[in-house]
Design a protein around this ligand. Structure first.
Ligand code: CA
Length: 233
C-alpha cells in the first residue's frame, strides 16, 4: 500500500523550520564515539540549556537490528519526527552481478540526509545482494522530508565484489509512499567508470513500472540520463 511521494506536510514542517531541523540533526556513531551537533552554544553564554538525547538501544553489529549508527532526537525542543525507511535493493539479473561486499547508503531529503548507513541485516535474504535478488532493509532517521537523492556504495570486499545494481525503492512510513531510484549500472573497479559508489535521483513511479513491463529482465532505459554518475567522494 504505497503511492508516489508527491508532497510533504507543510503544516508539519513549515519552511522556516528547515534550518532548525538541520541544526538539530545529530548523528552518533561508535567509531571514535563522536557525537556532533551543529546546535552549539557559546562557552560563556549566560543561559545554558541542556538537551537530553535518549537512545536506550544497542549500537552493535550482533545485537538488535545490527545498526551501529543511531539518530537521536532531543527530549525537548523542536517538534521533530522520526521516520522509518524501508530500502528495497534490487540486484541486476546479469552474470556476475551479485556481491558479498559491504553496502552503504545515504538518503538525502529536503531537511538533510540520513548519514551513511550500512545495509547489514536483510529482511528478505540470508546471502545479501545476489544476482536477480531483492534485499530489504529498515532504517530509522529523523524525517528527511521529500527524498531528493540517494548515494550508494560498497567497499569492494569479498571474493567477487563487482555489483550490478538494478534499482532501489525506498518506502517511508510517515507519508506511506515509495520513491523509485533507477540505477542500472555496475559498481565495480573493472566495469563502467570504475567507481564503487554513485548517486541517483528519483523518478516518477509510472515511469519505472512502464519501463519494467516493456523490457526483459527489468532493464531500464539507459538513454534517459537520469542517473548521476558523479564522482563519489
Ligand atoms: Ca552476497
Amino acid at each position: 500500500p504505497s503511492a508516489a511521494c508527491e508532497q510533504h506536510d507543510e503544516d508539519q514542517f513549515p519552511p522556516n523550520l528547515h534550518n532548525t531541523v538541520n541544526a538539530w540533526r545529530t548523528k552518533a556513531n561508535d567509531d571514535g564515539g563522536d557525537e556532533q551537533t551543529e546546535h552549539g552554544h557559546e562557552e560563556n553564554a549566560p543561559d545554558i540549556e541542556v538537551f537530553t538525547f535518549v537512545c536506550n538501544r544497542w549500537l552493535a553489529l550482533d545485537e538488535d537490528d545490527g545498526q551501529i549508527v543511531r539518530e537521536l532526537l532531543p527530549t525537548e525542543g523542536p517538534d521533530l519526527q522520526e521516520n522509518t525507511y524501508t530500502v528495497h535493493v534490487y540486484t541486476g539479473d546479469v552474470a556476475g552481478g551479485g556481491t558479498d561486499a559491504n553496502v552503504f547508503i545515504n538518503i538525502y531529503g529536503e531537511f538533510g540526509d540520513s548519514g551513511e548507513r550500512a545495509l547489514k541485516k536483510s529482511e528478505t535474504q540470508f546471502n545479501k545482494f545476489e544476482r536477480g535478488q531483492l534485499d530489504s532493509f529498515k532504517l530509522k532517521a529523523i524525517d528527511l522530508g521529500k527524498m531528493t537523492k540517494l548515494r550508494i556504495r560498497h567497499d569492494n570486499s569479498g571474493g567477487h565484489a563487482a555489483w550490478f545494481l538494478d534499482r532501489v525503492e525506498i518506502a517511508e512510513d510517515n507519508r506511506n509512499c515509495t520513491i523509485y531510484f533507477p540505477c542500472q549500472r555496475w559498481l565495480a573497479v573493472d566495469e563502467d567508470n570504475g567507481q564503487l559508489g554513485a548517486e541517483f535521483v528519483p523518478v516518477d513511479e509510472a515511469f519505472v513500472k512502464k519501463d519494467i513491463s516493456n523490457q526483459k529482465g527489468s532493464k531500464l532505459n539507459t538513454t534517459l540520463g537520469l542517473e548521476q554518475k558523479g564522482i563519489y567522494t
